[in-house]
Design a binder for this molecule. Sequence first.
Ligand SMILES: Cc1ncc(COP(=O)(O)O)c(C=O)c1O
Length: 345
Amino acid sequence: MKDTMERVSLNWSELSFDYRQTDGHIEVRFENDAWGSARVVDGDTINMSIASTCLHYGQECFEGLKAFEARDGRMLVFRPEENARRMGRTAKKIHMVSPDEPTFLSAVDEVIRINRRYLPPYGSGASLYIRPLLIGVSALIGVRPSADFLFVVFATPVGPYFKGGLKPIQLIIMEDYDRAAPHGLGDAKTGGNYAAGLRGMLAARARGFAEALYLDAKENKYIEETGASNFFGITKDGRYVTPRSPSILPSITNKSLMQVARDLGLTVEQRPIHAEELHEFVEAGAVGTAAVITPIEGVQYHDELIRFSDRSEVGPVCRKLYERLTAIQSGDYEDTHGWTHEVQR
Ligand SMILES: Cc1ncc(COP(=O)(O)O)c(C=O)c1O
């Protein structure tokens, strides 16, 4: 059957990673101890009480994932069930009720379907970014968990994170700022973590670095992650080394890259990484949905810029990992792990 929805006309390869209003979003409400049915809502505003717990007490969490158009026109989403599960784990930590997996997944499918005019064309390097959001909406003034929740899913087209290819960045370890504590919420995707990271991010940028790289808050010795991405390093003998810590977000991209690394014959190590160990890496990357891999050229630690390579270019291992994962995401490489989900029109 011919798809009658014509793609909007945008300069796809020039899109930035910014919000743009699309054709509609999905809302599902949890009230009286039960989830209602999903509604397609026009526009991009929501209606809630000024006393909603999300506004005062931070009962809020979210997810981020991407949809791609394949060469043959199929609409592919990357590992949405992983995001559904992570939202479930986050919600538990802040006493919220999350939608079950089928509700989450069908809302993701539906938001892509209704916004398919905004799905960037195959080969443009752009994608449709999906943002599921869960908020506490009971009107309360005392500190206690909300009984009512609103699950929202919206979509917006975003450009390739790096116009003109993979450009390495420099990070700085800012010891005066912590992102998350060991028994806190660092492994949950809740808004407060990002508010907490803004000061460190802006302080890093003021010093000319792209982002802050955080150390663990307890001992101030071990690499954790940046404000919005996991970290990995590549050793000379071909090991992919990434931190294990209770206070970092379990990145779905990192989980996928660990598998891709194994598929490419690398050894994968997930363990505490002492900051001094940065000297051992010949390549490094920051990983997440937005950019897949942002190659890291060097990290400033105390008074030293620890460089992973002399080149200002992306290293060969980062490139291989990036190319394989992006090829799987857009259906160009065989999806042997069953990571892509096709959205029916
Ligand atoms: C703190 C943090 N770490 C890591 C990631 C990467 O996670 P994912 O690969 O699931 O996008 C993100 C981004 O979403 C993040 O916000």
